[in-house]
Design a protein around this ligand. Structure first.
Ligand SMILES: Nc1ncnc2c1ncn2[C@@H]1O[C@H](COP(=O)(O)OP(=O)(O)OP(=O)(O)O)[C@@H](O)[C@H]1O
Ligand SMILES: [Mg+2]
Length: 158
């Protein structure tokens, strides 16, 4: 597997990484984010939105589990932090989001991994120091292998 690890040295770098992911994105992409509270999942997602051409990134109430933004195609931002029960997932109708009209980014994906698409780009974020984070990219499926290859080419060359 084509693993990629990147160290981010500040929120702007995490956002830049996200922006590249958003620029490379195709409708139907599924990005699953895991990592501790405050590690930078939303920061990365804001970059993805920017790369996708989303101009209106409004703050909505924190109890909302799915937000939709309009860029080159829709971005569905799912945050499972407040998920208390796996049956709630069924109520969200997530399958509609995964059908390919837009891309989906899921924060706290580990809360429902078995119910999310098997093919995805997993990004595992971990805390190194107040400003540093490790981002580990794990592609699951051909499409995401390509995305990680491209990111690697841009970030480390080759
Ligand atoms: N290298 C970095 N990358 C991303 N965020 C960073 C970095 N260094 C410091 N930060 C700070 O960490 C915080 C990350 O917050 P963010 O809301 O993105 O985390 P989160 O993982 O979405 O949290 P939650 O689990 O509550 O959803 C921000 O305050 C940001 O400024
Ligand atoms: Mg968050």
């Amino acid at each position: 597997m084509n693993l990629l690890e990147v160290i981010s040295r500040g929120p702007h770098q995490t956002r830049d990484l996200g922006r590249r992911i958003g620029e490379l994105a195709q409708a139907g992409d599924v990005i699953l984010l895991v990592g501790a509270l405050g590690v930078g999942k939303t920061c990365l997602t804001q970059g993805i939105a920017e790369g996708l051409g989303v101009t209106e990134y409004t703050a909505s109430p924190s109890f909302v589990l799915v937000r939709e933004y309009q860029g080159r195609f829709p971005l569905f931002h799912v945050d499972l932090y407040r998920l208390t029960n796996l049956t709630e997932i069924a109520d969200l109708g997530l399958d509609d989001y995964f059908q390919g009209k837009g891309m989906t980014v899921v924060e706290w994906a580990d809360r429902a991994m078995d119910l999310l698409p098997a093919e995805h780009l997993l990004i595992d974020m971990s805390y190194i120091s107040p400003a540093r984070r490790r981002l580990s990219f794990e592609p699951r499926g051909e499409r995401y292998e390509q995305v990680v290859c491209e990111l690697r080419r841009e970030l480390v060359g080759g």
